[in-house]
Design a protein around this ligand. Structure first.
Ligand SMILES: [Zn+2]
Length: 479
């Protein structure tokens, strides 16, 4: 059996290699990539990211087919400025296995995180979709936490569940909201969130603290995070995750077939489907493509703002928990904490230059220009940067991996993303609470399928990040 399992894991790895290959481009500046990242047929991961190198250049990671690699290699042949490099993954350890069966036995067994276990303990596989649901039931059974069944079924008929812990039954007492599993292939996000909540509950019950690598937290800190009220939605895209786990195809979108029934034309990118500047052709400069209208693209924006059940369910949480102040969406793979805004660079001086002002339609999304930058009051900008900085400091402190805090817009503008939608509500919906929006990009550049060791490192790093994010948010204020 043991050998059969190893063979199966190797076979899975081979299947991945056959379709999309990890590569990186290298150039003397981030600006060299601007034309390349406009092309919505290429897959740059969650959001394109230029990473500075030790020799003063920049790299841009991507997942490409053999055909695309051949085309682009030829395209860049005459240019000494941009070069394309394959990433040798032949020497990498096998990807972490997906659990088979149900380790939580339909909720009879509660999940138990790494922060409450002895140093060096590990989790042996990534949860399958059924296990994620069982894990929530396990927490209900062990700790009496409350769940909420979200109103819309997914395209493939899945019922979606969120849960809330720490602040009792009054939903207006909940201030923190975390979600994961929006992009199907970003393996480990749901696990990190569930194990983190499990740690909070176990430490609270036992009267102990938490320890993630070199980073420790007291029981008082655990209690303070719980008292802030934590809403968690660990599997935003169950159809996509089920498909990705069964196909190892680096699947990102949901599985809606209304706009396309085969291959990459299936599915909508949930993280371009939120009602924030969704109709990007109207709101953004024609010289940028923050999403795609093409069903075959990884960033296909859907058929209307919030056309997808997963998006509607994600948004319904704000109605159920009207006082959420801090939101984090968990993605991979880059090693960053991103904060608002993602549509353009942030500015704090002109309050009328904002996403609601039609005078700027057609101007948004170009970086390095002065025609448009997105407004945020300076006190909010100070707060959001401060919390992002504390989050990355905690993640670094766990085991020494470097993480960076930056604005979501990074190299490239996005429309319809969950973090900007969260932040937009306070401006565009009468009576809606102000929300600070974050995206955590755990892991390593375009390394969506971690090895088992990386999966465990990611749990430790992210869980410390969640703790310090919550503690920093509490310090800034919940009301
Ligand atoms: Zn993502």
């Amino acid at each position: 059996m043991k050998y059969a399992l190893v063979a199966a894991v190797i076979l899975q790895g081979t299947t991945v290699l056959a379709s999309l290959l990890p590569v990186h481009f290298k150039a003397p500046s981030a600006a060299h990539f601007f034309d390349l990242v406009q092309n919505d047929t290429y897959d740059f991961g969650c959001r394109p990211k230029a990473v500075p190198t030790d020799d003063g250049h920049f790299t841009l990671h991507a997942l490409l087919t053999e055909g695309q690699i051949a085309y682009l290699t030829k395209e860049y042949e005459p240019s000494s400025e941009i070069t394309l490099h394959r990433i040798d993954i032949s020497k990498r350890a096998a990807i972490a296995p997906i659990g088979n069966g149900d380790r939580f036995q339909a909720g009879a067994v509660a999940p138990s995180g790494l922060g409450t276990k002895a140093t060096g303990s590990t989790i042996s596989s990534i949860m399958n979709v059924n296990e994620i649901n069982s894990a929530i039931k396990g927490l209900v059974n062990a700790y009496g936490i409350s769940t909420i069944t979200l109103p819309y079924r997914t395209f493939n008929g899945a019922t979606q569940t969120a849960a809330y812990v720490g602040a009792g039954t009054d939903k207006s007492k909940y201030r923190l909201y975390l979600s994961a599993g929006m992009h199907a292939r970003e393996r480990g996000g749901p696990d990190q969130l569930i194990y983190f909540i499990s740690d909070l509950l176990a430490a609270n019950k036992a009267g102990t603290g938490l320890k993630y690598g070199s980073k420790s937290y007291t029981n008082a800190q655990v209690k303070s995070v719980l008292a802030a009220g934590v809403v968690f939605f660990p599997l935003v895209n169950p159809d996509g995750v089920a498909y990705d786990q069964s196909s190892n195809s680096y699947w990102r979108k949901n599985r809606n077939t209304r706009s396309g029934t085969s291959g990459t034309s299936v599915g909508v990118d949930i993280n371009r489907n939120f009602d924030f500047l969704w109709n990007f052709r109207k709101y953004f400069s024609p010289y940028t493509a923050p999403a795609s209208t093409s069903p075959g693209s990884e960033t296909f924006y859907g058929t209307a703002a919030a056309s997808e059940s997963e998006t509607k369910n994600h948004v319904s949480i704000y109605s159920s928990f009207p006082k959420i102040r801090w939101f984090m969406d968990i993605h991979s793979a880059a090693g960053d904490i991103l904060y608002n805004w993602g549509d353009d660079e942030l500015q704090t001086t002109s309050s009328t230059m904002n996403f609601r002002n039609a005078a700027y339609d057609g101007e948004r999304g170009l970086l390095g220009d002065t025609a448009y930058k997105e407004y945020m009051p300076s006190s909010d900008a100070t707060n959001i940067k401060n919390v992002a900085a504390k989050t990355v400091a905690a993640m670094r402190a766990v085991g020494g991996r470097s993480y960076t805090a930056m604005q979501s817009v990074g190299l490239y503008a996005t429309s319809g993303a969950s973090d900007d939608y969260a932040a937009s509500r306070g401006y565009s919906i009468s009576g809606a609470n102000k929300i600070y929006g974050f995206t955590m990009e755990f892991g390593y550049s375009t390394n969506f399928y971690p090895t088992l060791a990386e999966f465990n490192t990611n749990i430790l790093d992210t869980n410390a990040g969640f703790m310090d994010w919550a503690l920093a948010a509490i310090a800034v204020g919940l009301d």
